[in-house]
Write a protein that binds this ligand. Sequence first.
Ligand code: NAD
Length: 263
Amino acid sequence: MDLGLRGKVALVAAASQGLGRAAAFAFAREGCKVAICARNARTLEDAAKAIRKQTNAEVMAIPADISRADGVKAYVDGAITSFGGVDVAIPNAGGPPPGGFETIADDQWAKGWELTFQSTVRLVRACLPSMRERGGGAVVAILSMSVRQPIDNLVLSNSLRLGVVGALKTLAREVAKDRIRVNGVAPGWIATDRTIQLHRARAEKERRRVEEVQAETLQEIPMGRMGTAEEVADLIAFLASDRAAYITGVIAQIDGGLYRGIF
Ligand code: NAD
């Protein structure tokens, strides 16, 4: 299927590894120019090199902390200056740290807010003028299954991501007339470093072996396996593409059947 993304400019935030990196790969393979960011310049450039090598795409690596206003500005301004505009924005950031309701202190709530909520609002807001100028665009935010079903010991993700969904659903209605679509993906358990970290944290908390915690997770997933970053990336690319031209305001689950809710 031709996704119709060739020649477009895609900004994929937090993309030195994991879901962001896989999404950047997917857009590069589809013929987009891709601008990625992460805090660590070296690992970010390694990711950019790997994507260029495998896809021949133009890939720009802009070191930036997406949880800071100046980081988002440097990233979006840098990409727009080099590529002339933006058509696709993929808000993403590292996941907020684990913890339950009573263990998360005020400063962690404040940091989580900047990392999970403000990073998305700032990135999308900075991209909208260029999308409008170019006659349309697409936003696909990387969220989590936690927006439908809370995950134990992840109160920051369970709470702050719902704010992101509220902001995105509001925006989807505001910018539909400008041919800008706003969607999100809600992954379940996907095999990345983030998942390993969360399993380690849970094993430590419960004084159990990490292998045991991992096996328990797999048992909960009807498909009996974790997803791959590439599977999530394919969904992101589809939602950002012309093939999804009538889809906006949707949060698409990708979780191997894990979420039990009917809607
Ligand atoms: P990951 O830890 O493998 O990768 C995170 C990426 O974000 C890295 O490239 C890191 O350098 C970058 N990053 C972190 N903080 C940053 C910052 N302040 N500024 C710029 N870049 C930053 O994580 P992942 O598995 O790819 O997850 C990505 C997002 O998706 C996270 O928010 C995570 O909570 C969420 N998510 C992941 C899963 C999963 O199973 N992997 C499931 C649901 C939701």
